[in-house]
Design a protein around this ligand. Sequence first.
Ligand SMILES: Cc1ncc(COP(=O)(O)O)c(C=O)c1O
Length: 392
Amino acid sequence: MIYLDSNATTRVHPDVLEAMLPYLTDQCYNPSSGYRAGKAVKKALEQAREQVAQLIGAEADEIVFTGCGTESNNAALYSLAEAVGKGKRIITSQIEHSSILRTCEVLEKRGYTIERVAVGADGRLDLAAWKEAVEQEDAGFATLMWANNETGVIQPVLEAAAMARAAGVPFHSDAIQAVGKCPVDVRAVEADFLSISGHKFHAPKGVGALYIRKNVSFEPLLFGGGQESGRRSGTENVASIVGLGKAAEMMRVRLEADGHAGVGALRDHFEQRLLAEVHGVQVNGSQEFRTKNTSHLAFEDCEAAGLLILLDEYGMACSAGSACMTGKQKPSHVQTAMGIPAKQAKSSLRISFSILTTREETDAAVEMVKKAVRKLRAVQGIGGVGPVTVYT
Ligand SMILES: Cc1ncc(COP(=O)(O)O)c(C=O)c1O
């Protein structure tokens, strides 16, 4: 199968798996155990902490391992809410992932006010509205995603964080779709909290991290044995954490070497071919500020649901909207916030690449999309895919 749904999850990289294997077999010890074998496992855990810290420009002791990105987001928001107190305003955006939006809804029921700032047609935050929001008297804290999971659009995080800081408002970023794909530097953004998830960049599912800036108070979500310096109790998922560390190191080296150029070249090749060879194709959202692995395309006169079924049949996996939205016929909240007309939204696919995608797969995927579009349009009596000059 040609897998082009890497924003939903990625395959564990062979090098990551190799690094993990000893901790699933011989090195089975509890990192909290006092004997030498336990201490060796603890050392591997601390190395992974260092590797994750280096990827985002943090200090190792500012990294807490969690059970997933959703947990990182929940832990950050509940801790911040606890710190600022009921009655305060939480500032976020309209295009956040459900792990932020649903948590905000829970907090709303508990007596907080939620302000969801709008985005423009390009999918980027309205900075003027954000500034006004964080400067309100009752502003408690702010949370903004770094890159959107559906469109890949990178948010003006540095500017938004600076505005929050100037207003004395703590700042969290859900950087789950950005880490490993574009530069993320916690020192430059001066975030108080930042969320990471392993399975978005070739580590296993079910492991994440939360960056907590030094000297920022933190109220844990989980209590118990006091692991992770008391910030996240529960015996650590050592093998997955070692995998997360290895994947972080791998992505840091790649980003430093060429800024993820290989993946960007594949995505651009895919898009350029489709735009040239199929009429009625449109890129949704900002093309300038996008993660290099994501393509969000609207196919005129083609329902995404139909395209997905055909592509699945041909052997290609991608997604309509975010993975969580698959199967629903409603335009996603992200597309609605961007003002994409319902018809265009319902004809949009998210195609997301990774460092494991090949050029051959990319070309084969173009042919499959062309075939699916041709078939759907033929059913509707429209016929053909292009070239552009004939059908527009
Ligand atoms: C932007 C964003 N935030 C949070 C999450 C949740 O991460 P996890 O699947 O590790 O819980 C995802 C996963 O789809 C995401 O894309």
